[in-house]
Structure formats: C-alpha cells, structure tokens
Design a protein around this ligand. Structure first.
Ligand code: NAG
Ligand code: NAG
Length: 195
C-alpha cells in the first residue's frame, strides 16, 4: 500500500517538478511549434475554448475585450486552446475554427491547435493541460475554463465558464501593475525604446 502511494507521489512529482507553464511547447492553430517560453515575463490567461457552446459569444467577446484593454502594456496574452471534449462543441477543423473566430470575433490573441484537455480514459491529454490539471488539481469540467499564469509561469488563479471575463479584469490589472513597477519591466521598457 505504502509502495503504491510512494510510486503515485513520485509520478506526480515527476510531472510537476521543475516545470512551469512556460516550459512547454505547443502547436499553434496553423500547425507551427510554439515554445511557450516566448510568453515568459508576461501574464497569460490560458483558456479552453469552443465555437458552439452557450458561453461562446459572451466569453469570446470578453476575451477579445480583455486583450485589447491590456494591449498598451504589452505584458498580457490570452492563450486560447480549442477543445471538442465537452458535448462536442468544437467539431470543426483547426482551419475552420480559426476562420470562424477571426470573422465573428476578430480574435486578437494567439489561437492554438485543437487538443484534449482532460482524459476520461481513452483520450491523450496535451502535456500542458495534463500539467495544468495536476498543479491546480482542478482540470476543466467545461469549455471556457480560465487559468491565470504569472510572469514566471505559475498558475495563480482559475475560473470556470460561469465567470464573466470582466470580473477577472481587476485581478489581471493588479498583476500587471505589480510587474510594471518592478525592475525587469523597466529593463524591458528601456530595451524597447532602444529599438
Ligand atoms: C521546443 O521547441 C524548441 C524550438 O523549436 C526546440 O528547440 C525544443 O527542443 C523544443 N522542446 C521540446 C521539449 O520539445
Ligand atoms: C508603468 O509605471 C510607470 C511608473 O513607474 C507609469 O508612469 C506608466 O504609466 C506605467 N505604464 C503603464 C502602461 O501603465
């Protein structure tokens, strides 16, 4: 019994140890490899999205608004991952999903390839989402789960599909403000001015 527990613990530690969100590589919606390391030093909101959900319209509009609100800071990104696992509400191909959300919502944030975010036994979960489920102990149970990631790649908060994006705004704003007053941001700002 103890041995089984130790193995379980070890497996979990192996999954989590030394990792953070920005240590994963993912595939964007056009099929390109994207090391999430490029988002290190910024705040991210990772969301599992779907095009044919009752929450689609409100959530997408909110996410686009959020990205726009924080645009000037250049310190924030919504990272959206289409997923068909909840009542098959994301059935289309990556190309069609991308076409649809560009035309309907004018998405202004990175979209990634359709993946599985949870395993019910037969699915192969995307490694990033396996990690998210493990560290939060709270994988998505529906579309539009939102995980807030700090500049170091640590997940600091999460919300389900019922939470309006506007409710999250002040929390993200305070995270960004904190960063704006820190030294590394000043360094980056200087760098940007130099270019
Ligand atoms: C992630 O992508 C980078 C750049 O293509 C590559 O050098 C690296 O080996 C990849 N890492 C993993 C874990 O696949
Ligand atoms: C960042 O902080 C500085 C003061 O340290 C402030 O002047 C500036 O407006 C802030 N930038 C943004 C985008 O809020």
């Amino acid at each position: 019994m103890l041995a089984i527990y130790v193995i379980f613990l070890f497996t979990n530690c192996y999954l989590i140890f030394g990792k953070d969100v920005y240590s994963f590589n993912v595939t964007d919606i056009e099929g390109n490899n994207v090391p999430l390391e490029k988002y290190k030093g910024k705040v991210s909101l990772i969301v599992n999205v779907a095009s044919k959900c009752g929450y689609t319209d409100k959530q997408y509009k909110g996410l686009v608004w959020l990205q726009k609100e924080f645009e000037i800071y250049n310190l924030f990104n919504v990272l959206a991952f289409p997923c068909n696992q909840f009542w098959e509400q994301e059935p289309e191909t990556n190309a069609n999903i991308f076409k649809y959300v560009k035309a309907t919502y004018k998405v202004n944030f990175p979209m990634f390839a359709k993946i599985d975010v949870i395993s019910r036994g037969w699915e192969k979960v995307d490694p990033l989402w396996l990690y998210i489920g493990e560290v939060t102990n709270s994988p998505p149970t529906w579309n539009f789960w939102k995980y807030l990631v700090d500049k170091n790649g640590q997940i600091v908060s999460q919300w389900g599909q019922n939470t309006d994006v506007k409710e999250i705004y002040p929390i993200i704003k305070s995270l960004i403000n904190e960063m704006n007053s820190s030294d590394d941001t000043k360094k980056r700002t200087n760098l940007k001015t130099d270019l």
